[in-house]
Design a binder for this molecule. Structure first.
Ligand code: DHE
Length: 520
């Protein structure tokens, strides 16, 4: 295969070491046509990783179509004229089969993957070009998944000022340093990219794992933590993406492993909070060098008959649960984590007493990661979409009782508001029939007051407010999609910018100030 997707090549590994049970000629076809770009071990190189974990979100028929027809606007060529339909089927089956022995990604691999096009201190410490002319806190970062690019928008002028290629398949919110100069992106293939917004340059990158979920940046901008599914671990870097520590996703005894679901910055506590997919635990990892040592209650560390405390800095302090919790929302102080189990049971876990303190009535599949909060009748409430049910649940954060279950057109993914807006915006992205419509909810009456459907039949989701709450940008999530600017009070369209399947949009001010109306 000729070169596919921009990026860096990994050292090629011998395919024979990773051979899975034979599929008619597939390994040979892979070596001949695919290995140079996707890596002989299928770990990814110029092109993305082709492992079952990486392909979970791609339907088999779409994989066959991609091999046959290539991918527009990427360097993935079409093999329809070179390979028979049977060969293409066999190749597709091969890439969905597990690699044996299971691929590993060691500390040495992480270190060796690091690249630094612009070492610290080599670029000006002042905003350049169009960034210098813009309000630096009203910039937006936009992830465009259609052709794997990122755009930078000037929020005052509502114009795109820069666009650059990203790693393949970014996921989770990009995370900003507190001064707004740098933003970190995580790709599903484990790449972490550090981008200098003032100079519009990728300054450093590292591959933290083979299959990652998201990244978090500490509130002091000094540490970056990455949650990995493969291998199941939490990887911590300094701000230049130099490896500091790998923490295996294991229970205290060390005999049960887990994927790491996600990592979040709990700024007021100077810690990362970590969700585990397969273990009934939540971790809190302090990034405060002065953090006090703690006893974890398990007899694993004895010296002369006395328990030794675990150092508080960069070590997991565990809260044990009845079942794994995922998909977190946090109270403003970050003392309480609101999470949901795979079965959809909602729990509030206090990180100080280290146990669940309340249960929530959240039927269906709540998407707490999209939760937002606001004040209503003097009470703070949290609202969450539901990936299975057509409703938004609103919960009182004092007594954790459900205040309302607002019917929507269909199951939704994202929810957004702003301190200065009386409205919350929700999509119905998970609905086959209503995914083209955004609904606007009055935050006090809890009634739907408007619907916006600019392009019938096309997916319309994910809203972000500008820093002043004057307008929202919503995504027409199609390959030939658009960023649609809507007045936050009249809901009328102001303008559009073309974009390639824009997924998430992130306003620097709202993110850095931790607006109650957006994810952090
Ligand atoms: Fe996401 C954030 C998990 C599927 C787009 N998603 C997150 C976060 C988690 C998560 C834990 C919070 C991390 C953060 O922001 O740092 N997402 C999951 C899933 O478990 C799920 C359902 C299945 C999966 O395969 O991972 C899932 N997510 C999707 C999608 O299908 C989306 C729509 C498209 C895509 O790119 O994969 C998607 N997820 C997003 C976006 C955010 C996100 C845009 C950031 C939200 C924000 O606005 O801050």
């Amino acid at each position: 295969m000729t070169k596919i997707f921009p990026g860096l090549a990994l050292a090629a590994l011998a395919l024979t070491a990773f051979a899975a049970p034979a599929l008619a000629g597939a390994p040979e076809l892979f070596t001949q046509h695919c290995a140079s770009c996707h890596g002989a071990s299928r770990l990814g190189a110029m092109g993305p990783a082709l492992l079952p974990a990486s392909l979970e979100r791609l339907k088999r028929k779409d994989a066959v179509a991609t091999i046959r027809d290539g991918r527009a606007a990427t360097q993935m060529p079409a093999f329809g004229a070179v390979l028979s339909a049977a060969d293409i089927d066999s190749l597709a089956e091969w890439v969905y089969s597990p690699v044996t022995p299971a691929p590993s990604w060691s500390e040495a691999d992480i270190r060796a993957s690091r690249i630094e096009p612009f070492p610290a201190g080599s670029l000006p410490d002042a905003r350049q070009g169009d960034v210098a002319k813009a309000d630096p806190m009203n910039l937006f970062i936009v992830v465009e998944a259609g052709d794997h690019h990122v755009s930078v928008l000037d929020g005052d002028r509502m114009e795109r000022i820069f666009r650059f290629p990203s790693r393949y398949a970014l996921h989770g919110g990009p995370k900003f340093t507190p001064d707004g100069r740098y933003v970190f992106f995580a790709s599903r293939d484990g790449w972490i990219s550090k981008f200098d917004i003032w100079n519009l340059k990728i300054v450093a990158e590292v591959r933290a794992g083979i299959n990652s979920r998201n990244a978090a940046v500490s509130s002091d901008g000094r540490y970056v933590a990455v949650a990995n599914y493969l291998p199941g671990n939490l990887v911590i870097f300094d701000a230049d993406l130099k490896l500091l520590k790998v923490i295996d996703g294991r229970n205290l005894k060390g005999d049960v492993g887990s994927r790491i679901s996600a990592v979040y910055d709990a700024a007021p506590r100077k810690s990362f909070v970590v969700g585990l997919k397969d273990l009934p635990e939540i971790w809190e990892v302090s990034y405060d060098p002065q953090a006090k040592p703690f006893f974890d209650g398990y007899v694993h560390d004895y010296k002369m008959g006395e328990a030794i405390a675990t150092p508080g800095f960069l070590n997991p302090r565990r809260t044990e649960l009845e079942e794994p919790l995922d998909d977190f929302f946090f109270t403003q102080s970050y003392d309480n984590v609101v999470g949901a189990s795979r079965e959809g049971r909602g729990r509030v876990v206090n990180l100080d007493v280290r146990r669940p303190i309340a249960s929530l009535d959240l039927p269906g599949m709540p998407h707490l990661g999209s939760g937002i909060s606001w004040l209503r009748d003097g009470h703070r409430v949290v609202a969450s979409t539901n990936l299975k049910d057509a409703r938004v649940s609103v919960i009182d954060m004092q007594n954790w009782q459900t205040v309302a279950s607002i019917p929507t057109l269909g199951p939704g993914f994202f929810l957004r508001s702003h301190e200065k807006s009386p409205y919350a915006w929700v999509d119905s992205m998970m609905s086959p029939t209503a995914r083209d419509t955004l609904q606007v909810i009055d935050k006090q009456s809890l009634q739907v007051v408007a619907q916006v459907r600019p392009e019938p039949g096309k997916t319309f989701a994910h809203v972000e407010f500008d820093r002043y709450g004057r307008y929202v940008i919503a995504s027409l999530m199609e390959k030939d999609g658009a960023l649609i600017f809507l007045d936050a009070n009249t809901f009328k369209e102001i303008k559009r910018l073309p974009a390639s399947k824009p997924i998430g949009k992130y306003n620097l001010f709202n993110k850095i100030q931790r607006s109650e109306g957006t994810s952090h």
